[in-house]
Write a protein that binds this ligand. Structure first.
Ligand code: NAD
Ligand code: TYD
Length: 354
């Protein structure tokens, strides 16, 4: 059986990707390499535990020797790199882990992959791909009338998170140009959907709304993000892996620009319908709080290259994707509560002691 190696496959997008991939006809087996930081959760992978096509390894991407061992053991035809420290607020609070994983870790991974790739036979080497999952945040912040980010927008990262991702993008690019490693890079906008940690905007607001807590909107709430349903991001990555041109970068976006306030109000309205409360609308819980330092004002993504070259476009509208997401969080409160209580860590220790 052929394999792909995925890093960060117990995180939000990585876990969605693993689950989605293994549902596809003729899917390769997955070697899932994840350090299981606070953001990694094996419980998100319950549906594929015991599936022989899913091999999980709790490994740090900074551990080059172990990555090399995994590459040599499973001989993957592609490496998909999702692993990262990914939360902007945490990066402002403590940037060092972001440099370590996103910069040093990506470099360590590239070194191991390059050595492995050089040892492949010619046709296998030609077909191999290293797909780097990056973000629109590397391009910085847009003014209200600016056109959306394109693949040729200049890099202007503003947070330690986006700066560390930008550094990793440059390293990936350099391994293509200097050594010929066949790489692909994607720049995606804000994702939302099942299995996202409730410290990110959408699951945070759903969780706090249901708990009757204030809904903390930073600043004036008019910062704009482009939102993409995570399943659409997974489909885009599959397309780029299958047919993307080596050395190219592809923007992935939902064509869904929304202010944070609009997002929170829409969520409140959905909850008012799906889980009404006696004391009035969830909108009454909205509270404006101190702004994030250096808060990027607007992100918007021009994903027309992906549509033109590979025929990808999102299947979900913001409304349909958000409905699915709210339903999932309402049905999966046990997953949320375990994350919040740290219970899932005990569960992992018990479940995987062997
Ligand atoms: P996440 O924080 O939910 O998950 C990251 C995963 O990486 C976790 O499972 C964690 O345990 C693992 N990890 C962290 N450090 C590691 C290390 N040193 N070695 C091995 N594993 C490690 O992140 P996410 O939201 O799923 O994002 C995945 C990727 O997509 C990231 O590269 C991120 O920059 C990018 N991205 C995210 C978004 C978004 O909206 N979430 C948008 C665009 C791009
Ligand atoms: P977030 O989900 O942290 O993603 P990112 O910073 O990568 O875009 O935040 C999305 C937007 O929501 C961002 O503009 C910050 C804002 N936000 C709030 O207003 N309140 C919150 O409690 C959080 C977590 C985010």
């Amino acid at each position: 059986m052929s394999h792909i190696l995925v890093t960060g496959g117990a995180g939000f997008i990585g876990a969605n990707f693993v689950l989605d991939w293994l549902c596809q006809d003729g899917a390769d087996a997955i070697v899932n390499v994840d350090k299981l930081t606070y953001a990694g959760n094996r419980k998100s992978l319950t549906a594929v535990e015991g599936d022989p096509r899913h091999i999980f390894s709790q490994t740090d991407i900074c551990d080059g020797a172990e990555i090399t061992r995994l590459l040599q053991s499973y001989r993957p035809r592609a490496v998909l790199h999702f692993a990262a420290e990914s939360h902007v607020d945490r990066s402002i609070d403590a940037p060092a882990d972001f440099v370590q994983t996103n910069v040093v870790g990506t470099h360590t991974l590239l070194e191991a992959v390059l050595a492995y790739w050089r040892g492949l036979d010619v046709p296998t080497r030609a077909a191999f791909r290293f797909l780097h999952v990056s973000t629109d945040e590397v391009f910085g912040s847009l003014g209200p009338a600016d056109p959306p980010f394109s693949e040729t927008s200049s890099y202007q990262p503003n947070s330690p998170y986006s700066a560390s991702k930008a550094a990793s993008d440059h390293m990936v690019r350099a391994y293509h140009h200097s050594y010929g490693l066949p790489v692909l890079t994607t720049h995606c906008s804000n994702n939302y959907g099942q299995f996202q940690l409730p410290e990110k905007l959408i699951p945070l607001m759903i969780t706090r709304a249901l708990a009757g807590k204030p809904l903390p909107v930073y600043g004036d709430g008019l910062n704009v993000r482009d939102w993409l349903y995570v399943g659409d991001h997974c489909a885009a990555i599959r397309e780029v892996l299958a047919r993307g041109r080596s050395g190219q970068t592809y923007n992935v976006g939902g064509w869904n620009e929304k202010t944070n306030l609009e997002v929170v109000q829409t969520l409140c309205d959905m909850l008012d319908t799906l889980k009404p409360k006696a004391s009035g609308s969830y909108r009454n819980q909205i509270a404006f709080v101190k702004d994030r330092p250096g808060h990027d004002r607007r992100y918007a993504v021009d994903a027309s290259k992906l549509a033109r070259e590979l025929g990808w476009k999102p299947a979900e509208t913001f409304d349909s994707g958000l409905h699915k997401t709210v339903h999932w969080y309402l049905r999966n409160q046990d997953w949320v509560q375990e994350v919040l209580s740290g219970e899932y860590r005990h569960w992992v220790a018990k479940q995987y002691a062997a």
